[in-house]
Design a protein around this ligand. Structure first.
Ligand code: SF4
Ligand code: SF4
Length: 379
């Protein structure tokens, strides 16, 4: 079996451009985090200087700030509001074009153009989210051709986290901060060295195009130590030991009223969540009434319409909707897919305008003073 020093190689941070150029030469559109309007968002990049070099993010409930780190750290920003979700499950996916004809109408499906996209800077929680989306869109009974086409062209360069945010709790969800699988390449930044490891045949192929330079045991050990410190420094955790049943039992807990009194039903938590997959379809006819576009859009269980079925709204209040969301994420998802619907990225905590924090809500809902009636709210 190969040792770590045989499978890892070193790329001086100043040579990262060679990796970007190699990916471009192989036909990938290279995408990475870029600073825009006080946050980081995925954009097409050409140069290392397009990345948020020298920036760090500070995240707290309801608060996101970028600040200069005073270093040349390339991957100092952990993450922005976007996970890998938009690359595979598009926020708006055209499905059909419909044309009126003399004897009715004709439809033609719109399939996505297959595109090779290399994303630099995904985190372990993003990979865990992607694995859940794969399960939903590819590996269950129904295989979504739109998702499949986008997924096929995706090349992921993950980054192991060596710094945790105030809102991270991936260690307690066992999804991070080290990326274990689901990447093509994974990078650990150790000062001015990048430790690079391949996780797929495509990754090994890209790595073979870079100057060979095997990593020393010392550097590999230092990278591992920094990842462990990152995990140990996480201030939030989520205790899953009593899930899913304890959350079903908390269906009538008064804490739901408390959360509902703060929740604005703004949908931010579902938009930023790497695992949420609700969607709706929309018809957009043109003014001539000869043509209509049929598209799939991200939806959210926090909208009024989402709970509307057969002449009745089954979740008319914000309390119903918040309870549905949290119960699905942390309990019925386990029954449905055999895994938690939360990967511990903390995005819903940061981007909730009123700072509702599921790592605070869950223990409050499971407090021992309340004896639930066991009514379930399964999706
Ligand atoms: S529920 Fe919140 S913390 Fe969990 S994966 Fe979704 S956005 Fe991240
Ligand atoms: S982000 Fe916060 S306020 Fe908005 S719907 Fe989610 S929990 Fe409610």
């Amino acid at each position: 079996m190969a040792t770590a020093s045989e499978t890892c190689c070193i790329l001086p941070a100043g040579d990262l451009q060679r990796l970007l150029d190699t990916l471009s030469a192989k036909g990938y559109r290279v995408v990475g985090p870029t600073v825009r309007e006080g946050s980081v968002v995925w954009e097409t990049i050409r140069l290392v200087s397009d990345l948020p070099v020298g920036w760090r993010d500070r995240q707290e409930p309801g608060r996101y700030r970028l600040e200069q780190s005073g270093s040349n750290e390339i991957f100092g920003v952990v993450h922005g509001p976007q996970s890998l979700k938009p690359f595979v499950f598009a926020p708006r996916e055209p499905l059909l074009q419909i044309e009126r004809s003399n004897d009715g109408f004709t439809t033609s499906p719109t399939l996505p153009q297959s595109e090779k996209v290399a994303v630099i800077g995904a985190r372990a929680c993003d990979l865990a989210g992607l694995a859940i989306q794969d399960r939903i869109f590819l590996n269950d009974t129904y295989r979504d051709p739109y998702y499949a086409a986008r997924r096929e062209g995706l090349f992921v360069v993950a980054v192991n986290c060596t710094r945790s945010l105030q809102t991270c709790f991936c260690a307690s969800m066992e999804t991070g901060p080290r990326a274990h699988n689901g990447f093509d390449l994974v990078v650990t930044e150790v000062d001015d060295q990048l430790l690079v490891e391949a996780g797929s045949e495509a990754g090994r192929d890209v790595l073979s195009g870079l100057p060979p330079s095997s990593a020393s045991e010392d550097l590999i050990g230092e990278a591992a130590r920094r990842i462990e410190v990152c995990a140990a420094n996480q201030v939030r955790r989520l205790d899953r030991s009593r899930l899913p049943q304890a959350l079903y039992d908390a269906h009538e807990h008064p804490r739901w009223d408390d959360a509902a009194g703060r929740c604005l039903a703004c949908m931010n938590c579902t938009m930023v969540c790497p695992t949420c997959f609700c969607h709706t379809v929309e018809e957009t006819p043109d003014l001539s009434q000869q043509h209509s576009a049929h598209a799939r859009l991200w939806d959210s269980c926090f909208t009024q319409q989402h709970g509307y079925i057969h002449g009745k709204n089954i979740r008319p209040t914000i309390k119903d909707r918040y309870r549905m969301w949290l119960t699905h994420k942390l309990a019925s998802w386990i029954d449905q897919f055999g895994t938690s619907g939360c990967v511990g990225c903390g995005r819903c905590i940061t981007w909730c305008p009123v700072g509702i924090d599921l790592t605070e809500e869950l223990p409050a809902l499971l407090d021992h003073g309340f004896r639930g009636v066991g009514k379930s709210d399964r999706s």
